[in-house]
Design a protein around this ligand. Structure first.
Ligand SMILES: CC(C)(COP(=O)(O)OP(=O)(O)OC[C@H]1O[C@@H](n2cnc3c(N)ncnc32)[C@H](O)[C@@H]1OP(=O)(O)O)[C@@H](O)C(=O)NCCC(=O)NCCS
Length: 182
């Protein structure tokens, strides 16, 4: 899976002016050689950090839905997901296969250009192909940008989990039916 899009990025030359350059973003499946870079993005963008083993474990569970975004051969964002089974979050007392979006981040300099949207769309397509009928994500109730992103993609808040995070912040669980996703 390799998808290429063009983004318009602002770069600041030494004289302080702004140059609007067009860069190519490549979306491709994670490879273990990306691990260090992905962990660095995770550390700089999120308070939830994990061991190398954890990243590789998620990758082994669903390699198709661990996707990175690359600009000028530099990884600038990632999404990683796991396939799980459980009761539907979207109504009805039934067991379903669910795609769990475990972690998503885009380096700050590359935000607001649709990179997370494409990472998420690609991951949900991969999860659907693996048999997920739903996808879900936990998000801090204070994380406005991420909540907006998920709502824009069609996720809805299905539950609030008190003190979900180690620092005591609550989480929303946000879910979507993969059949409704396009
Ligand atoms: C959340 C995050 C992944 C979004 O990445 P991104 O590449 O900038 O997202 P996109 O450009 O695809 O944005 C899509 C939509 O999300 C919403 N959004 C994204 N950033 C936003 C912000 N700072 N404020 C408000 N809404 C925002 C908007 O609705 C946006 O659409 P628009 O630009 O047309 O208004 C990024 O801000 C990030 O890495 N944050 C830190 C890590 C994190 O919070 N991860 C999610 C954990 S659950």
């Amino acid at each position: 899976m390799v998808l290429q899009i063009l983004i318009s990025a602002f770069f600041k030359p030494r004289d302080g002016s702004r140059m609007n350059l067009v860069s190519e973003v490549i979306f491709r499946r994670f490879s273990t050689t990306d691990l260090e870079r992905v962990m660095e993005i995770n550390r700089t963008c999120l308070p939830e950090n994990y061991s190398p083993h954890f990243f590789l474990d998620v990758y082994a569970n669903c390699p198709e839905a661990f996707i990175v975004a690359e600009v000028d051969r530099e990884v600038v964002g990632y999404v990683m997901c796991r396939m799980e089974s459980g009761f539907s979050d979207l109504g009805g007392f039934r067991l379903v296969r669910k795609g769990h979006i475990v972690s998503l981040a885009v380096k700050s300099h590359f935000r607001r250009r649709g990179i997370a949207t494409t990472l998420m769309s690609s991951a949900i397509s991969a999860l659907t192909a693996q048999g997920a009928s739903e996808a879900f994500v936990e998000v801090r109730v204070t994380n406005g940008p991420a909540i907006n992103l998920y709502q824009k993609l069609g996720f809805r808040i299905v539950k609030r989990v008190p003190r979900y995070y180690l620092d005591g912040v609550d989480a929303y669980v946000m879910s979507i039916s993969t059949s409704q996703f396009r």
